[in-house]
Design a protein around this ligand. Sequence first.
Ligand SMILES: [Zn+2]
Length: 194
Amino acid sequence: MQGLIGADMLGELAQGAALLAWNRNHRFCGRCGAETQARIGGYKRSCAACGAEHFPRTDPVAIMLTVRQDMCLLGRSPHFAPGMYSCLAGFIEPGETIENAVRRETLEESGIRLGRVAYHASQPWPFPHSLMIGCFGEALNDDIAFDGKELEDCRWFARDEVLTMIAGAHPNGLGVPPNGAIANHLIRAWAEHG
Ligand SMILES: [Zn+2]
């Protein structure tokens, strides 16, 4: 994200970071508790005691840009850089579809109900081994009731205001996540191309 390595190497970096983290955190068998050994270059861990084989996990995260007419919904977590607003996001729960996770997270965090949900693009996020699944959602209501525990602010932004945020020219210094982040990709795709 800070441009320290070329874009053509980001896939390898994500692969290495995710595999190293998974191997480091799965040294013992989840079934019997014995020590496991890495196999096939770290793509599997085997337990000699009970025969279980363990494979790298990927944690799916839904990240969504909610839109309504010429407005989009952005929020701020307390740990964000000053002035930065971004898409809402949350882990997809076991047994849940991507679409329902997008609707549930949006409702929980903002009080906005979604109708149509459409997949747009995805991004590996090896911190430690997530896959960000980027979607657009169409809002059915516009009265925000955000959850103050997760977000310190959440509001509608008009397209013109979002364009100034993307350009780094917002009068109050508000901005969006940097190039290379899927949130930036979603926000740009909507603001610049509708
Ligand atoms: Zn075992």
